[in-house]
Structure formats: structure tokens, C-alpha cells
Design a binder for this molecule. Structure first.
Ligand SMILES: [Zn+2]
Length: 494
């Protein structure tokens, strides 16, 4: 029932293959002919592109293929652990009752489509869980989108400050030409990049330390003392993110924040602010941790000492935008400046010499020399402790002030994953589900092949499906058909 289109081999020289041209041209034609739906979005450029497009700087050391294979593999491992935790895939097993992050990538339609625009590819007819904490695929998408929000806010903040300065100058120098430094916003804006940590050791449950930093932070940034501090040090608002690592001293959750200031601070103010923040932080985390008792009945000692509790870096100018975006969302590099991808790429992490790993690395067999049982226990502890917690938050009003759209993590993941393209192949749910569980990296390979428009290869990797004709692709793009409609009836029934 299908007419296979001509398969093309990947061209390592980077010259677009004939069929890549073909898709691009057909998309352009569609855009020109029909300014609505998918085509309109492609034409307007309003969509945010897939995350990797913007993150070359953040993840330079692993290829997109490597990262995608790694993420799909880890997602399957997490699913396996959570399924086992839910009692295993035995009689009476109901996938619907699994935690949402264990269902990520699950088919939700009659067939799974493989879509590409000739450059990027994705699956259609599957769900995304939207978990920033526990999903190796969604987390990357969401964090990168959040990074762009921070960069955007910093750009807008700088421009507002420039405009205010320019208006004031003009009021004082009527009829004169604006000086060049007031024409560009590059030098405007003052920020603090900060880290707050706890004293931690192996006996402390993550649920307690995470609670201490989250509630400690909330207590710190509320009430009249904070209000006075904000006025004194010109704090307009902040973005704060939680980072969690695991190492020889157990769980180590900590806070990264970027504060937006309305002006610069001198050395004396900087010192005073640092001391004030540290003192208040210590008081608050101690107060929260009091609710938790050790086995001997004593409270945990979580208050950090003066050397390690706080780190502040003062930054200014527009360049701070990229740096802040990475600071808030690079996450998982305990040494600062070390990116997730670099950590993954470095073999030394695996044998524990580096001392700490990010939670997703706990899904890699042999991580830190832990046994599979230990890794699973830790992953479950992490998953439970982070459930329904907020990872990245903005101070009240700051997003609105900086003209950044309010979107929930799930909406953001969906939005980032949207791609104006054509579905070139459809695979039966049964086949896709099986591969998603047992050979998840194959899904990444299939997307690679789809990006090269090598549909024969896609069909080889995800067997039992149908390579779609141009007419069928168009019918799906126009919303007249679903990919599953082109599967032989038998394969849809299963
Ligand atoms: Zn997910």
C-alpha cells in the first residue's frame, strides 16, 4: 500500500542530498502556498527551535547523536527502575499508573511517526513527560529553554536601563546628540551570580537536605529584613535554580541564583551583602533542618561554615546574559564551568575520582563504582525527593518586568519539541514500544537517519512500518490523515 521513496545515503561532506533539497523545497512551497498551521509557523520563525540548535556553546564536547543516544538509554534505564519499583511488568501491570516520567516517549496515537524538516527530526504521536528533574530527555530540553529565558531577561534588563539613562540624558541636554555609549545597551546591567550550599554528609537523606535548601531559600527571601536588604543593595529580582549532585559525601543539593541589580555596588556594599546573606542563609537552613532528627535524636548539622556556605560573583554588562544562562541551567558541574556534556564525556567521572556525579549519571551502569542495587536505590530516592518540587523559579514580577513569557515545564517541553516538518515514516506502536524499552539508543539512530532522509535506514532500524509517499506526507501535514492511517490494519490492532 505504500510506494517507498528513494532512499539516499548520508553525505559526509555536508552537501545536501537531493532529497534534503526536496524536503526543503517542498516545505518552502507549502509555506508560500498556505500561510496557516504548520507552514505559517515555519514561515513566521516564531517557534523556538530544537534545544540543540542553541546549545552548541553549552555542550561542545559531545555530538548531538551521542547526547541523544545517552538520553534515550538513560530514560529507558529510569523507566526500568520505576517499573520494578511499581511491582514489575507482571500480570495486572498498568502502565497508566506508572509515574509520568516513566511514561515519557510512550505512543499516544495509532502509530508513531518519524518527522523531519531535512535538518532536525523527532517522533510524533508520542508523549513527553516534561520532568525537569527525572527525565533525561525532557530535562535537557527544558533547561535549555529556561537558559534562553534568563538570557532574554538580561538583554531586556540592559535595554531598559539604557533607555532610562538615555531619556534622562536627553532631558538634561535638550537638542544635543545622544553620546554613543547611551545608544547601545551592552554595558548596562549589574548582576550577582551566587551559590548557597549546606554542610552535608552520607547520613543525610536527600529529602531533608533538599527541603532545607528550598524552605531555607523561601524564608530567606521573604519578610521585612529581605525587603530592606533588597532596597539597600538595589535587588530588582532573581532567578534561582537547584542543582543536585551525588558523591563521596552523599547528596549535595545546592542553590544557584542570578540577582538582577538596579545599579552597581562598591566593595564595602559587596562585603556587607555577602555576610548578611550568609548569616541569614545559615539561620534559615538550621531552622528548617530542626524538624528532622537523626537516629540518636539529635538534629542534623546542616549550617555551612563561612568558607563554603556562599559564593558571590559580581558581573555587569550584556555579556552576563550568556554566562548567567549557563550558570543557572548548565547545572551538574560541581566545579563551576564544567558542563553536563563534558562531565559525561570524561571517563574519570565514572570511576569516582572526580568525587561527584549528576543524578542522571546514576543511570549509567558502573557509575562511581556503585552496584546496580545501590544505583537504583539512589535513583529512586532522588526521584521521590524531587517529585513536585520546583527546580527553577523567578522572584515575583521579574518575568513580567523583563518581558519573559510564563510557561510551565510541560508546556515548554512540548513547545520546544514542535518542529515544522514532514512525517516520512510510520512505525507500529508495538515495534516502537519494544525498541524504546530494549534498545533505546536505536531511537536516536533512527532520528539521525531521518535527518539524512535515509528512510530505508529508518525502516531497517524500526522495522514493520511504512515509508510514506509525498502525497501521504502532505495529507498528514494538512491534518487530513494521521501517520497510523497508513499502517496495515493488522499492525495497528496489536
Ligand atoms: Zn520526558
Amino acid at each position: 500500500m505504500s510506494v517507498p521513496t528513494q532512499g539516499t545515503k548520508w553525505n559526509p561532506m555536508g552537501v545536501p542530498s537531493p532529497s534534503q533539497h526536496q524536503t526543503a523545497e517542498r516545505l518552502h512551497a507549502a509555506v508560500a502556498a498556505k500561510p496557516q498551521g504548520v507552514a505559517a509557523e515555519a514561515a513566521s520563525g516564531a517557534r523556538s527551535g530544537p534545544p540543540w540548535e542553541k546549545t552548541n556553546k553549552i555542550t561542545p564536547s559531545l555530538s548531538r547523536t551521542d547526547l541523544r543516544r545517552l538520553a534515550y538509554g538513560r530514560r529507558a534505564e529510569s523507566r526500568k527502575i520505576l517499573v520494578r519499583h511499581a511491582g514489575g511488568e507482571t500480570l495486572g501491570f498498568e502502565p497508566i499508573k506508572l509515574p509520568r516520567c516513566a511514561r515519557c516517549g510512550q505512543p499516544v496515537d495509532t502509530g508513531v511517526g518519524v518527522m523531519t524538516n531535512g535538518e532536525k527530526a523527532r517522533f510524533t504521536g508520542t508523549m513527553l513527560c516534561g520532568s525537569i528533574w527525572a527525565c533525561p530527555t525532557c530535562s535537557a530540553i527544558i533547561r535549555h529553554e529556561r537558559a534562553h529565558e534568563v538570557a532574554l531577561a538580561i538583554g531586556n534588563h540592559a535595554e531598559k536601563l539604557r533607555k532610562a539613562a538615555a531619556d534622562q540624558w536627553q532631558a538634561e541636554h535638550e537638542g544635543q546628540r545622544l553620546p554613543p555609549e547611551l545608544m547601545v545597551s551592552d554595558s548596562f546591567g549589574n548582576y550577582i551570580f551566587g551559590t548557597l550550599t549546606l554542610r552535608h554528609d552520607r547520613t543525610m537523606p536527600l529529602a531533608m537536605t533538599l527541603d532545607a535548601i528550598l524552605k531555607g531559600w523561601t524564608k530567606m527571601i521573604n519578610g521585612s529584613p529581605w525587603q530592606r536588604a533588597s532596597e539597600r543593595w538595589k535587588i530588582r529580582g532573581f532567578v534561582r535554580a537547584i542543582e543536585i549532585t551525588y558523591g563521596v559525601n552523599g547528596w549535595h543539593p545546592h542553590i544557584h541564583f542570578v540577582m538582577f541589580l538596579d545599579g552597581d555596588l562598591d566593595d564595602g556594599q559587596r562585603e556587607a551583602m555577602q555576610q548578611w546573606l550568609l548569616d541569614r542563609w545559615k539561620t534559615m537552613v538550621k531552622r528548617v533542618a530542626k524538624a528532622y532528627k537523626k537516629k540518636d535524636g539529635n538534629p542534623y548539622n546542616v549550617a555551612p561554615n563561612d568558607e563554603h556556605g556562599i559564593d558571590l560573583q559580581f558581573k555587569s554588562g550584556k555579556d552576563a546574559g550568556t554566562a548567567a544562562a549557563e550558570y543557572i541551567t548548565k547545572i551538574q558541574g560541581d566545579k563551576g564551568g564544567v558542563t553536563l556534556a563534558q562531565e559525561i564525556a570524561r571517563g574519570d567521572i565514572k570511576d569516582g575520582r572526580m568525587g561527584s556525579v549528576n543524578p542522571f549519571q546514576l543511570l549509567d551502569s558502573g557509575c562511581l563504582g556503585l552496584s546496580d542495587f545501590q544505583r537504583e536505590d539512589l535513583w529512586l530516592e532522588y526521584w521521590q525527593a524531587t517529585l513536585r518540587r520546583r527546580c527553577i523559579t523567578w522572584s515575583r514580577g521579574l518575568k513580567e518586568d523583563m518581558e519573559v513569557e510564563e510557561l510551565e515545564d510541560e508546556e515548554l517541553a512540548e513547545k520546544a519539541d514542535e518542529l515544522p516538518g514532514l512525517v516520512g515514516y510510520v512505525v507500529p506502536n508495538r515495534v516502537y514500544k519494544d525498541i524504546r524499552k530494549s534498545a533505546p539508543e536505536t531511537l536516536a539512530d533512527a532520528l539521525d537517519a531521518a535527518e539524512r532522509e535515509d528512510w530505508q535506514e529508518v525502516a531497517r532500524l524500526l522495522p514493520g512500518g511504512v515509508i510514506l509517499t509525498d502525497e501521504q506526507q502532505d495529507a498528514i501535514a494538512d491534518g487530513e490523515a494521521k501517520p497510523g492511517d497508513y499502517l496495515p490494519t493488522m499492525s495497528v490492532m496489536v
